[in-house]
Design a protein around this ligand. Structure first.
Ligand SMILES: Cc1cc2nc3c(=O)[nH]c(=O)nc-3n(C[C@H](O)[C@H](O)[C@H](O)COP(=O)(O)O)c2cc1C
Length: 424
């Protein structure tokens, strides 16, 4: 083993080995993300953990991220934290408030002790909501719409946002970012994809406004850009801001790649430090972003009411399209963005092998983002670095997705069945 150049701010625990080829070595060497140094280019994807009972981060969440940090990533991401109470998709989800700052602080301390950095994904769900506690009893988004996801909890319609709603959401992003820094986060990821609020504004399929917040791409970009500016104003120039964006919404009439390239150019000009390139619109095509099997049986089992279970069993096969898994399934689209901007790009989607990592380095991506491979093996990065595990055992069965809300939170269901672990 050859030691990497020492870093002032990070303790490398996975060293690039002399036997690695040049591209793989690049992935294991320290890298800069805005004003931050990471010990390598591997980042844990924001992947909802289901470990915040009552909306408060638990010891299980701490252990989860500490294990990922000890497993070798340069940075882990604590998933979806709503910027305010109305930004929750369902009532038990975490939202930023004083009560979560201290528990989050313990998590960031634990990750730092393990030598990694830690980012927080900040988001707002817009009308993609089952949150019966939402103010006024109706979720809101760019335009009035049917909210299929909330129909069975009595929230079938969403209203269009007023100018005051929009201003409030921008401020909430700023306030949440400030609180996240107090909790010790090194970076923030602004969720602009997957059909959440900022993506609802970006999408021509769901933003039908005729004022300055809708219509042209510049108008549809206005809210994401104003959010980015407000967060930057609050956190200062040194804190890395990543934006998770869609390459395509994946439904007819939604955002397509040509516009996604423009979105990337605009975010680069606005000073985002990196983009995490994803795709899909959870309310219309939940498996576009995951790819692989649809674990319908498990999804039915975890629904809380009989009505929900019956509805999902009957309509699930019609509303959920299957998108076959292949390694690096977003690569072709992501390369279009790579060719258009100079800013750091983080690739996500189907990274499961050493060859995949090498390919991403060869194609000029700056960071490798891993979701399910780290759910299956939290120490995948370390073992790849040591040449002990060249391919993740994740087979994209997606049962981790179906069961992420079970008590104890997200886990690789297949691995747990092979070797049961105690639930917390
Ligand atoms: C259990 C689970 C939960 C997820 N939750 C989120 C989330 O909260 N926010 C988000 O942006 N993406 C979420 N994702 C998507 C991942 O960030 C990632 O984009 C996706 O899993 C594809 O990467 P992979 O092929 O490496 O798994 C989740 C993925 C999984 C597996």
């Amino acid at each position: 083993m050859r030691a990497a150049a020492p870093l002032a701010t990070a303790v490398p625990i996975v060293y690039p080995s002399a036997s690695m080829n040049e591209m793989l070595r690049r992935a294991f060497e320290p890298a800069r993300l805005g004003g931050l140094e990471l010990r390598n280019r591997f980042v844990k994807a924001g992947a909802y953990e289901g470990m915040c009972p009552g909306g408060v981060p638990s010891e299980a969440l701490l252990r989860h991220h500490r294990a990922i940090a000890e497993g070798g990533v340069g940075m882990t991401t604590v998933a979806y934290c709503a910027v305010g109470p109305d930004g929750r998709t369902f009532p038990q989800q975490m939202y930023m408030r004083e009560a979560v700052v201290e528990p989050l602080r313990r998590i960031t301390d634990a990750v730092h002790e393990a030598g990694a950095k830690v980012s927080l994904q900040l988001g707002h769900c817009g009308w993609f909501s089952r949150n019966t506690e939402v103010s006024g009893g109706r979720p809101f988004g760019p335009s009035p719409t049917w909210n299929m996801y909330g129909t069975l909890v009595g929230m079938p319609f969403a209203r269009g946002m007023t100018e005051a709603d929009i201003r409030r959401v921008i401020m909430e992003f700023g306030d949440a970012a400030t609180a996240a820094l107090r909790a010790g986060f090194d970076a923030l990821e602004l969720h602009m994809g997957h059909g959440y609020l900022l993506s609802q504004f970006l999408s021509p399929g769901t933003n039908r406004r005729t004022d300055r917040w809708g219509g042209s791409l510049a108008n549809r970009m206005r809210l994401p850009v104003e959010v980015l500016r407000e967060v930057r104003r609050r956190v200062g120039p040194a804190v890395p801001l990543l934006c998770k964006t869609n390459l395509r919404d994946g439904f007819r009439g939604g955002l397509e790649l040509d516009e996604a390239v423009e979105v990337a150019r605009i975010l680069e000009a606005e000073g985002a430090d990196a983009l995490v390139l994803s795709g899909g619109y959870t309310s219309w095509n939940p498996f576009y972003l995951f790819r692989g099997e649809i674990p319908l049986r498990q999804m039915v089992e975890v629904e809380h009411t009989r009505l929900m279970r019956a509805a999902l069993r009957c309509f699930g096969p019609f509303v959920m399209h299957e998108y076959p898994f292949r390694e690096l399934y977003f690569l072709e689209d992501a390369l279009r963005v790579r060719a258009a901007v100079r800013m750091p790009l983080a690739y996500v989607g189907g990274v499961v092998s050493v060859e995949g990592v090498e390919r991403l380095m060869r194609e000029g991506f700056d960071f490798v983002v891993l979701g399910r491979a780290l759910v299956a093996d939290p120490d995948f990065v370390r073992r790849m670095g040591e040449g002990r595990l060249l391919r993740s055992r994740c087979d994209a069965c997606n049962r981790c997705v179906a069961e992420m809300d079970r008590p104890g939170g997200v886990r690789c269901v297949c691995a747990a069945e092979e070797r049961p672990t105690p639930r917390t």
